[in-house]
Write a protein that binds this ligand. Sequence first.
Ligand SMILES: [Zn+2]
Length: 91
Amino acid sequence: MIHNSRTRGLGRPPKLRWECACSDPPILLARYDAGGKVQIKIRDRYYMASGCVHATCPRCGAHHVLDLRPAPADADGNPTSPPLPSHGGWW
Ligand SMILES: [Zn+2]
């Protein structure tokens, strides 16, 4: 049994597939990595994007939204509120 655990040492971050499951095999909408970079394929060209990306499946026309923005850290379940300047006593 061959156990091939050797990674391709090119330092490339693993790309994740963003796809629509309307057909088999799924329609690839874009590729993205954990860093939030999205590579959208439109026809024969690739476009780089980041953050919140919208895409329409070329096959079924479904609208997809990929939100790679960092989630707010609310470990306590509190809604994130902006810091309010409650008092102006700076000095
Ligand atoms: Zn689709």
